[in-house]
Design a protein around this ligand. Sequence first.
Ligand code: HEC
Length: 170
Amino acid sequence: MTHILLLAFAVFLLGEVKEVVAEPALPFVPQVQGLDFPGALQIMRVSGICPQNRKTRKAPGRYLKKKNPIPPTPENLAKGKRLYNQDAKPTACKLCHGARGNGNGSLARRLDPPPRNFACAEVMKNLPEGQLFWIIKNGSRGTAMPAHKSTLKSEEIWQLILFIKKFLRA
Ligand code: HEC
């Protein structure tokens, strides 16, 4: 009788063990642009996707030729930084593009396409300043990137561009 009870218990235990083993070993990791290895999401949050799959419209030729007319003085950089972090309307750039410019701001999580990663040299080195100016001024249609033509003066946009470029070396 005891033997039968022990045997039944052993079978019961085996069943339990099987269930534990059958559980997936790794937590669910969403697949983001090919980054599907465990831990990829963590790395992505820290450094941003680089290079991003960029489909942004190209600025008209007369914009692409524009050069930043203001010098990178500490004062202009400080103004760009203030706009980026808090003053720009409708929404501070930092909330989408992130405190480190890597595109991972607090509002970025559900945005598709994601905010540009300014720390990614592979993409940023190919973008003329006039392209950045045009998008900041007019926004990127069909994306979360807002237009700033009624809230930022040209000089302020150029100050922002001076500041954004610093993320490449940060
Ligand atoms: C609500 C979120 C949001 C805010 C706020 C925001 N951006 Fe963006 N930004 C985006 C997204 C999304 C993109 C990607 C657009 C695309 O893929 O076409 C983008 C793209 C850009 C680009 C890349 C343009 C290109 O040609 O690739 C620049 C430059 C930029 N933003 C600057 C800024 C600046 C400066 C501010 C603040 C004045 C700002 N953004 C505020 C979401 C935001």
